[in-house]
Design a protein. Structure first.
Length: 429
């Protein structure tokens, strides 16, 4: 769908729904036709968040579709493949070979990596905002509960590779911000030779990392002791924290004990502050293989603000940096995905500069929970301005708002719906 600057809110919402309908496969929403024909994990969580207010039943189907791919260990894969498009995406099922792994689900092919665990937060959002039958909503929470509990238990048991209470990502694809300059240094340290072939470009290194993990039989011990990429990422952990808090809140609905989840949220918050908080005021990723923080400031460094419990001293400092000319202060179409003042910044390269609706939405929500209405309005209005100007693109040039990446991107469409609904609810008082 192309630019429609003069569109009123209702028509913009209809266009967003039309994109989501066109991308619906019957079980899932593909992120975009052509380039992303399967189901991606955090895209699905964001799509469910976006649909929760207007189409709660569809939001529920989206999440249930994704959890069909959950492994016996509790791991929620970052891609659930659609057999109709098996050959249309690399690396596809033939690379991951999930069917050879005893813990993978039968009858559905998946990847073996995961992505930011925003799913419990999405379930909570749909419980909180969903209109319609409350009994259906309650049944859904109960149905999802054991799946989410298993997902969280898996992260705690296998991914705290630093032993400090945070989850480590073991591949840039697990961050959701695949090409972020924060991964340049840890990727450069990935061995350039050896099996399975000489890995030179970043993409070859991505594949090399995935194949090394596969050759280990997707073993937890390999990740801990041998795998060369292990990073504590602020976005992944912000999602884990938000979802832990969501589970604590949902526990009474599911007839479960909220305490372990409230404790997990506290533990992750303390570890984020202790391990990742950095000058001038953001959360840096930490490379567990060097033991050092990665000094690259990206939009991900603000995502822990999603946590309502983050003490205000951290919030205020981070908001100052976010609003400075490094980020919002320099760009007419915020929020750039990388600090505009660093050599790594590139206004048109994937995750190295462009603005994304997904991160804008997370920061919009952060501004709302921390009582920053001016920032919240700016983020909501500029995200809507981007889609009016350039359509539901994957991302946008932060200086002139030109669309980048693919068209008809589901996350952008879904979060547009949520922002429209939020603004309407606010206007209605
Ligand atoms: C790209 C993005 C990632 C997303 C996927 C599908 O890999 O970096 O965040 O999940 O596309 O949209």
């Amino acid at each position: 769908m192309e630019a429609r600057q003069g569109l009123d809110d209702a028509a913009l919402g209809r266009d967003a729904l039309a994109v989501l309908d066109a991308n619906w496969t019957g079980r899932a929403t593909m992120p975009a036709p052509g380039i992303y024909p399967h189901q991606w994990s955090w895209d699905s969580a964001l799509v469910a968040l976006g649909l929760a207010r207007s189409s709660p039943a569809r939001a529920r189907r989206e999440l249930l579709g994704l959890f069909r791919g959950q492994w016996a260990s509790g791991m929620v894969p970052h891609i659930v493949f659609n057999p109709a498009y098996d050959r249309a995406y690399f690396p596809g099922p033939e690379v991951w070979r999930s069917h050879e792994h005893a813990g993978a689900p039968r009858g559905v092919a998946t990847s073996a990596l995961t992505q930011p665990p925003l799913h419990a937060f999405a379930v909570w959002w749909s419980w909180r905002h969903g209109r319609g039958d409350r009994e259906d909503a309650r049944r859904f929470v109960r149905r999802m509960w054991p799946l989410l509990a298993a997902q969280h238990a898996h992260l705690a048991a296998t991914r705290d590779l630093g032993g400090a209470g945070l989850a480590a990502i073991v591949h840039p694809w697990e961050s959701g911000m695949d090409d972020s300059p924060a991964w340049d240094a840890p990727l450069a340290a990935v061995p350039a030779g050896g099996r399975p072939h000489h890995a030179r470009s970043p993409h070859e290194r991505y594949v090399w990392l995935a194949l090394g993990y596969r050759e280990s039989g997707y073993a937890d011990g390999y990740l801990r002791d041998e795998h060369p990429f292990a990073v504590e990422d602020p976005v992944f952990n912000a999602a884990w924290l938000a979802s832990s808090a969501a589970l604590a809140d949902l526990a009474p609905v599911a007839g479960a004990d909220p305490r372990p989840y409230a404790e997990a949220a506290e533990r992750i918050r303390a570890a984020l502050i202790d391990r990742l908080w950095s000058a001038p005021g953001f959360f840096a990723a930490r490379d567990l293989r060097t033991g050092r923080k990665i000094p690259v400031l990206t939009v991900g460094g603000f995502c822990p603000l999603l946590d309502p419990g983050l003490p205000s001293a951290y919030v205020n400092t981070a908001v100052e940096v976010l609003q400075s000319p490094r980020f919002i202060g320099a760009s007419g179409y915020p929020v750039p995905s990388c600090d505009t003042r660093t050599p790594e910044f590139d206004r048109s390269r994937y995750w190295r500069g462009p603005s994304w609706a997904g991160t804008n939405w997370l920061l919009w929500r952060a501004a709302v929970v921390h009582g920053q209405p001016v920032l919240a309005d700016l983020l909501a209005a500029s995200t809507l301005r981007l889609v009016r100007q350039s359509g539901f693109r994957e991302c946008f040039d932060p200086f002139d708002g030109t669309g980048r990446g693919c068209r008809d991107f589901s996350c952008t469409a879904a979060l547009t719906l949520d922002l429209l609904a939020a603004m309407e609810a606010r206007e209605a008082g």
